[in-house]
Write a protein that binds this ligand. Structure first.
Ligand code: SF4
Length: 273
């Protein structure tokens, strides 16, 4: 078993918040998938969670979840205006990035976000900045940015610290004053390091996680780069005897959105096989 696998702190906290509302017999709405694991979402839906693509479909006054990767201020204010009751499960690490964007942009800093512009976390953080915001994914991306007197660099929580340092270095010539916020969360990086440590010790890796989970895809890439034969599955039904073949030592890893009950179920089946 990888030393760190499955739910990170923020996802566990969000699932507990959802279960808290549902256990009181309430109905809870989520705008988009609350976590990137279809089996866990199905379990929560069976208990009364409603998942919708658009906030417009939610009836006025309903209880609405703010997911672990947060929502923009505009969306939250719109929900407030429609008298929604909010269950805010924004991860504290994401909240910190939002707060830094709001504070520093209010002080006149142009905000540069390191991350994936399409990711909900980055869109939410963007929504807290007052003034110019640019999203970059690499040091090269900074070349298109103008020179500004004050620049604040803030990272998406799942980025690598070495990349943050490289982007900060690239911004130095473009900023009279540069403020770097290390808002990287170690949870996903720790899961990646745990997979790296399995390299050379196992003949194959069973990787458990949603197909829509970007952090699980990253674990697959790391395992394959380390020479492991990877079987990426969502459920125990996908385990095949053919894959195990003559393998002796099997490693198991899981993404940050994979619940423990699913890991336990799959490990039991592997042991039986
Ligand atoms: S990966 Fe880190 S920032 Fe994201 S939800 Fe998990 S604990 Fe929070």
């Amino acid at each position: 078993m990888a030393e760190e696998a499955g739910f990170c702190f923020g996802v566990r906290r969000a699932v507990e918040a959802i279960e808290g509302v549902l256990s009181e017999g309430g109905t809870l709405w989520s705008i988009g998938m609350p976590i990137h694991n279809p089996q866990e979402v199905a379990r929560l839906r069976a208990r009364g969670l409603n998942v919708t693509k658009s906030a417009n479909e939610i009836p006025e006054g309903a209880r609405v979840l703010i997911r672990a990767h947060g929502e923009s201020k505009a969306v939250t204010e719109d929900l407030d205006a429609r008298k929604m009751r909010l269950t805010d499960a924004t991860c504290p690490f994401v909240r910190r990035a939002q707060e830094r964007a709001e504070e520093l942009s209010s002080q006149g800093y142009a905000v540069v976000l390191l991350g994936d512009a399409r990711h909900p976390e980055i869109r939410a953080v963007m929504g807290y900045a007052r003034g110019p915001v640019d999203v970059v994914a690499s040091a090269q991306d900074t070349e298109r940015l103008p020179k500004r007197p004050r620049v604040a660099l803030i990272s998406q929580t799942t980025q690598r610290e070495d990349l943050l340092a490289a982007v900060a270095a690239a911004l130095v010539p473009r900023a009279g004053e540069l403020h770097v916020c290390n808002t990287v969360c170690r949870a996903t990086l720790n899961r990646q390091d745990a997979v790296r440590r399995l390299a050379g010790k196992v003949d194959g890796l069973v990787l458990i996680g949603g197909r829509n989970s970007a952090n699980t895809a990253k674990l697959r890439d790391i395992a394959e780069a380390g020479g492991m034969d990877v079987l990426w599955i969502e459920t125990s039904e996908e385990l095949t005897r053919e894959w195990f073949g003559e393998k002796d030592q099997i490693g198991v890893a899981a993404g940050a959105s994979t619940p423990q009950w699913l890991i336990t179920e799959i490990c039991s089946k592997i042991a039986r096989m």
